[in-house]
Design a binder for this molecule. Sequence first.
Ligand code: UGA
Length: 432
Amino acid sequence: MKLTVVGTGYVGLVSGACFAELGNDVICVDIDQEKIAGLKDGVMPIYEPGLKEIVDRNYEHGNLKFTTSLEAGVKESDIIFIAVGTPSQEDGGADLSAVKAVAQDIAQYINGYKIVIDKSTVPVGTGDWVEELIEQQQEADYDFDVVSCPEFLREGSAVADTMHPDRVIIGTESKKAADILDELHQPFEAPILHTDRYSAEMIKYAANAFLATKISFINEIANICERTGGDVAEVAKGIGTDHRISDKFLRAGVGFGGACFPKDTKAITKTAQERGYDFKVVNSVVEANKLQKQTLVKKLKREVPNLAGQTISVLGLAFKPNTDDMREAPSRTIIKQLLEAGAQVKAYDPIAMEEAQGIFADDIQYCKNAYDAIEDTAAVILVTEWDEFQDLDLDRVAELLTNPIFIDGRNCYDVEEMKKRGFTYYSVGRPA
Ligand code: UGA
């Protein structure tokens, strides 16, 4: 099939590359000329395992093309995915200006029957106004359908998630569009759920809000375990074996970050509020997450009450392993707290150093590796559970620190082992 994907961010680029890999002819469109030029030269705008290989292969093969011309994208394809960004506005709502601009362009260049798919996370009802806008602004009277097919990929495993989805959601009342999209999605060999457009749009928010709720829930159980005794990992295992609960997304830690959960939880509470409904559960999830990001520095302050003039090392800056994405990363809250308390920060992340320099500039010291970051600091705070941090030479770490204080935001180490090696060790939801 001939497809166009507008927006070469995480969702757009990965979806486009995967559809090409499955044998479709795909045009990826972006207004960012530099990004498009880079992609043609094999430069990926994001760090994502396995992506470069499939982009390069399909680009060379000729069934994956990159262009800044939305006109070509609209005219040459039957199916157009809108996968542009929908960032948070200050009031928590989603900024839909990019979606609107694409819809206007589609209206301008439409030259036959098209299926227009909202793949970006957009508030319920967006499909309605995209449809109205194209209807009103197109000069001829071409038939088209607007469908909601939300994406559920995770950063860091985006290619695998896209190729092997748990399910595909097709939100449309149009039989014609549903049949074509069924055929397009068959090769994924995943259950396909047909539903109306409103439900499809809501499914995406409900999924992310529910997953975020699981995380805040287990983080709060962890905080209570710290006060009562008990090990949150044991509790998670104990409740997770109940298949109604499941053990996925029950890892207590330093709070969720990234481009999606923080944005989508705020957006759904905002949508509810606009309709006169107070979404109490998810409001609390957002609040609990904000507080969770502050817990590591609180623990540090128990050992080092006055941080002024102290140097602290921070391991892991990306919001999670296998990505360089630092949007809403807990490391940002932690570094801000440390700097405000007058401490100096030495930081290291396997991939996100360049990203971090754009954010912290000269405010912190950037280090070559974990040991370089730890050397001569008063304590280490582990924020992101990169594999390489789980295999640190702990004796060397203890020697390099001026105080053997280790604050582990991801429960990477065994409590007894850390004690034996002489660390003052704090983790999340386990005995101190
Ligand atoms: C999330 C969803 O998992 C995807 O299904 C969805 O498509 C995506 O948002 C989106 O809306 O685009 P992502 O943000 O890439 O994906 O990352 P996750 O792997 O879900 O992790 C989110 C955050 O939760 C991270 O900060 C992670 O450290 C944290 N987390 C996750 C925990 O603290 N504990 C857990 O058990 C799991």
